[in-house]
Design a binder for this molecule. Structure first.
Ligand code: QVM
Ligand code: CO
Length: 528
């Protein structure tokens, strides 16, 4: 589709002051009395220290936001995470912490010799947990994708202790998108690098009967999948989970390990060590999350890039996996110099970005890898039969689009959300997300995976963030509840607001206007 005439969205990526104490908001419409709790959101909020600037959107210092909803009223507050990155940058009023897209200059307080030697140090993993909020056991954390996460007080947004995955298990990181079972058991994935190779590890954080002092106590690796090329393993941002299985999507975005390790010498940040390699196909690895056993068949698909899984479930001997897919490089597009362009230059950036299409893949677990066959999945009622066949010794899978890119109103979809508490890992009907007509969300969408019907909420000049579904107290139907989304505006006079939509009709119920500017963020959770 032709997308021109984008306005300037630069102020969505500008440094913002924190609002450390709750402030009132102005309510328009009504805020249902039954909504009681907090929407906790995370994202980058500070991109400069003194004369230094970070290069990439993902570099911004974690700014945590909290909307408290109670008795039809809403308050707002925000605080910077007191990470080591933030604290060190602030103390020196310059950038001393390397982030995803920026390698910091050697510390000028050090001697010439120390500065010289620091170039040979391995890049220090950042603790700037700016991607998501999550709950492990009874504690709330913020996280990026390194081995260091931070506990946060969900009441005050105060930063508590730093927790290091590598003190418990041999991993160099974990995603910011863990999956949680109804009993509280959490699963995550993280890479490990060693002489024997690179492994993609499935991590389990069990719930314990007695309260352990430290949250990650008892954490273990349930399955390790070896990367074929130990110098170029895949990058991943999330993974799929059903009642019994983890689906790991080994995708053709590769981490150049040597370049990553020598970043301090060459000046190459992480963002330049991750690249799209369309000569590699996507491999889906399926592991039993209880036994750790790897399914003997690896399923294969044409190259795509996926940040976010939507949902996955088991049905009639198959695993159904719904994911947001793009074709091609997107990470470098989110360099701040690109995002801060305007007019035609911004159009050009946008038109170079591949559309994000939600796709469904179906993996029949009983397929015999040794017998060539074509499996017709029509009886499963997936509308356009997702078939797979064996060719060149590989089990190829073909997807079905859940939101048809040839539709006139199509604009791509990311930041997917479902009725997580009841339908995660279960057969489900609805998902929500942001429409991406620009480089950030421009609308909110609701997709019915059965009828393919799409509902849209949109307001010109406003940019909705990731939707979060909150079920109503006696919710029976899957979509009986509300959608919460922080909607931001790059324009100084129009206000940012917390939007509440009726999830069924997708009509606005109310909004709470916030009198302060908010940058565009990543992810969040609702805490009742
Ligand atoms: C290790 C590494 C880092 O939608 C928003 C996404 C934001 C993503 C962010 C802020 C990602 C930051 C990722 C700092 C990852 C670093 C990678 C890529 C591979 C690991 O195995 C090693 C932790 C250095
Ligand atoms: Co994400």
């Amino acid at each position: 589709s032709d997308r021109t005439g984008l306005e300037c969205i630069a102020s969505l990526f500008q440094t913002t002051e924190e609002t450390p104490l709750p402030i009132p908001t102005c309510i328009i419409g009504t805020i249902p009395k039954w909504i009681k709790g907090s929407l906790l959101r995370n994202g980058p909020g500070k991109f400069e220290f003194g004369a230094d600037s970070y290069n990439h959107w993902f570099d911004g210092m974690a700014l945590m936001h909290k909307f408290t909803i109670e008795n039809g009223c809403v308050t707002y507050m925000s605080k910077f995470l007191a990470s080591e990155s933030y604290t060190a940058n602030k103390a020196q009023n310059r950038i001393v912490a390397s982030e995803f897209g920026t390698v910091a200059m050697p510390d000028p307080c050090k001697s010439v010799f120390q500065r010289f030697m620091s170039v040979f140090e391995l890049p220090k993993p950042t603790d700037n947990g700016n991607v998501n909020f999550m709950r492990y056991k009874n504690d709330y954390y913020v996280s990026t994708e390194t081995n260091v996460i931070h506990k946060v007080d969900p009441e005050t947004l105060e930063t508590r202790e730093k927790v290091d995955w590598s003190k418990y298990i041999a991993v160099n990181g974990a995603t910011a998108h863990p999956h949680i079972d109804p009993d509280g058991t959490a699963y995550n994935m993280g890479n490990s690098y060693g002489r024997k190779g690179v492994f993609y590890n499935i991590i389990k954080v069990p719930v314990q009967e007695q309260e352990a002092e430290d949250t990650l106590h008892g954490t273990r690796v349930v399955c390790s999948i070896q990367a074929k090329d130990k110098l170029n393993p895949s990058y991943y941002h999330s993974f799929g989970m059903t009642e019994n299985y983890i689906v790991f999507i080994e995708q053709p975005i590769k981490i150049n390990v040597l370049k990553l390790l020598t970043g301090n010498i060459t000046g190459a940040p992480i963002s330049e060590c991750i690249s799209w390699d369309p000569t590699c196909d996507v491999l889906f690895h399926v592991a039993n999350k209880h036994t750790g056993e790897l399914h003997p068949v690896t399923f294969q698909a044409q190259p795509f890039l996926a940040f976010h899984q939507i949902n996955a479930f088991e049905d009639q001997g198959c695993i159904v996996l719904d994911i947001c897919c793009q074709d091609g490089e997107v990470i470098k597009i989110y360099n701040l110099q690109n995002l801060r362009k305007s007019g035609q230059a911004l159009d050009e950036v946008y038109n170079a970005t591949s559309e994000n299409v939600p796709r469904r893949f179906v993996f029949p677990l009983s397929v015999d890898p040794d017998t060539p066959q074509e499996v017709n999945l029509n009886p499963l009622h997936y509308t356009t039969a997702t078939v797979m066949k064996k060719a060149d010794g590989k089990i190829w899978c073909f997807h079905e689009n859940l939101y048809d890119p040839s539709l006139e109103h199509f604009e791509g979809l990311d930041f997917p959300a479902i009725h997580y508490a009841k339908y995660n890992t279960k057969k489900y009907r609805f998902f929500y997300g942001c429409g991406f007509r620009h480089l950030v969300g421009t609308s909110l969408l609701k997709v019915d995976v059965e009828t393919k019907e799409v509902k849209v909420w949109q307001q010109d000049g406003f940019y909705p963030s990731e939707p979060v579904f909150v079920p109503s107290p006696d919710s029976q139907e899957e979509d009986d509840g509300v959608i919460l989304s922080a909607v931001v505006s790059p324009c100084q006079d129009s206000k940012t607001f917390l939007l509440i939509l009726d999830a069924r009709s997708f009509e606005e119920v109310g909004r709470a206007e916030v009198p302060v500017h908010m940058p565009y963020g990543f992810h969040g959770i609702f805490v009742p």
